[in-house]
Ligand binder design. Structure first.
Ligand code: 5AD
Ligand code: SF4
Length: 441
């Protein structure tokens, strides 16, 4: 029995697919690469933008022929797209050959769904509103991200940014108990993982649902940083309104936490930020960046930006360009605003036309290419500690790795170095990537 999981979207989904793979392997399934060999194909879907949905629909549609030839093959759909109101019905109407649909709150029941499908010969559609999250992390995990181990610290989001579908499909914030997280991190470090990435939609509000002031993100970081062993620690995603000075101080004084912060700003215009319900101003945001730079001089930042949010004028867009210039991000993830059903922004009257959105995106990308290149050039001539993550996917004899500031580095070396930290002298750079030569270690 063979399975294949197709994962779309964010790191949260990547990690949830590792949990789903764990369940399947426990049931005796073995992973395969080719759809034709699979007895079960599972789509772990994303709903963040319309483009993600279109891509997923196209991929599901491509399976129609294969399923007609292989009637016993199970096709299952889960994740954020399944969880949206009306979607399970639409998926089945469009793709009647789909066997199982479940949502984001019941992934731990995958085995039951498969057994039901097999014994009752009936389609299984099961979307829940919430689950006991302790189940989810009791599941076996098949980690597939090389030397990095993802660790969930919380689920859901309470923020309701007006463009975003996440709070509707992932529910309210629920934090995992600190001791469970600590145990998981200790275990993965013992197992030899060299980087631990903590996951949550808004990690800075960790513990807010617990009602004990000692349970917060700063204390969690402090506790995890005290764990003995050779590992790097990082986290995503932070919300600018919630990240505290204390968290930055802890990073500054820590042993394991990367000097890198992904801090999505979304826009540099106060008017747009307000309409987005982000609850900070460009100035508040920049103060936090400045504070972090003062405490951690070599820190690098990355961010997410949406262009063409309803009502965004040329002036608003210019405010975004100005903020980007001020911060000097190492990397930006830039998106064209996409209307999401059921969100507040969907009903805003002043939508921006597609040509303007595309033009703004192009200008922002051009600016960031310049800035990103400049940030990378700073490293030329320096010797940096690089954690080797893998062999280069294309260049034989080359390795890839990251600096303590999360910059990607390419250099020649042997695969036996994967998982080790080596010294690399940086010689050149191209956009965000650094190229160097390994020094005697
Ligand atoms: N349209 C475009 N981008 C979006 N994001 C979230 N919702 C939307 C949307 N409706 C972006 C935000 C977020 C990132 C994960 O995706 O920038 O930080
Ligand atoms: Fe979406 Fe905002 Fe929650 Fe992030 S914080 S998941 S952008 S609602």
């Amino acid at each position: 029995m063979k399975y294949l999981i197709k994962t779309y979207g964010c790191q949260m989904n990547v990690h949830e697919s590792e949990k789903l793979a764990g369940i399947l392997e426990n049931m005796g399934y073995k992973v395969c690469e080719d759809e034709k060999d699979a007895d079960l194909i599972l789509f772990n879907t994303c709903a963040i933008r319309e483009s993600a949905e279109q891509k997923i629909f196209a991929h599901i549609g491509e399976l129609k022929k294969l399923k007609a030839q292989k009637k016993d093959m199970i096709i299952a759909i889960c994740g954020c797209m399944s969880q949206q109101t009306g979607y399970p019905e639409n998926i089945l109407k469009k793709f009647p050959f789909v066997d199982i649909i479940f949502g984001t709150h019941n992934i731990s029941e995958l085995e039951d769904f498969i057994l039901k499908r097999k014994s009752l010969k009936k389609k299984v559609v099961d979307i829940k509103e919430n689950e006991d999250i302790s189940n989810r992390d009791l599941m076996p995990k098949k980690r597939t991200s090389g030397i990095n181990a993802w660790v969930n610290i919380m689920y859901g989001c309470n923020n309701f940014c007006t463009y975003c579908i996440v709070p509707y499909v992932r529910g309210r914030e629920v934090s995992r108990p600190i001791n469970d997280i600590k145990k998981e991190v200790e275990n993965v470090v013992k197992e030899g993982y060299k980087q631990v990435t903590l996951l949550g939609q808004n990690v800075n509000s960790y513990g807010n649902d617990v009602g004990d002031e000692n349970v917060n993100f700063a204390n969690l970081l402090k506790t995890l940083d005290e764990i003995e062993g050779d590992f790097r620690l990082t986290f995503m995603t932070s919300h600018p309104k919630d990240i505290s000075k204390e968290v930055i101080d802890i990073i500054a004084g820590s042993k394991h936490i990367l000097h890198y912060l992904h801090l999505p700003v979304q826009s540099g215009s106060d008017k747009v930020l307000k309409a987005m319900n982000r609850r900070y101003t460009a100035e508040n945001y920049f103060e936090k960046i400045e504070y972090a730079k003062s405490k951690i001089p070599d820190i690098e930042f990355s961010s997410d930006i949406i262009v063409g949010f309803p009502g965004e004028t040329e002036e608003d867009f210019n405010d975004t360009m100005e903020l980007v210039k001020k911060v000097q991000y190492e990397q930006l993830f830039m998106f064209i605003y996409s209307k999401r059903k059921g969100t507040v922004a969907e009903k805003m009257g002043n939508q921006v036309d597609l040509a303007t959105k595309k033009d703004r995106l192009k200008r922002l990308i051009a600016l960031q290419n310049e800035i990103g290149s400049k940030v990378a050039e700073k490293y030329i001539g320096k010797t940096v500690d690089v954690l080797v993550s893998d062999v280069h996917p294309k260049k034989q004899g080359y390795l890839i790795g990251t600096t303590f500031t999360n910059k990607n580095v390419n250099f020649a070396g042997d695969r036996s170095l994967i998982g080790k930290t080596v010294k690399v002298k940086i010689q050149s750079s191209k956009l965000t990537v650094l190229y160097g030569i390994m020094e005697e270690n």
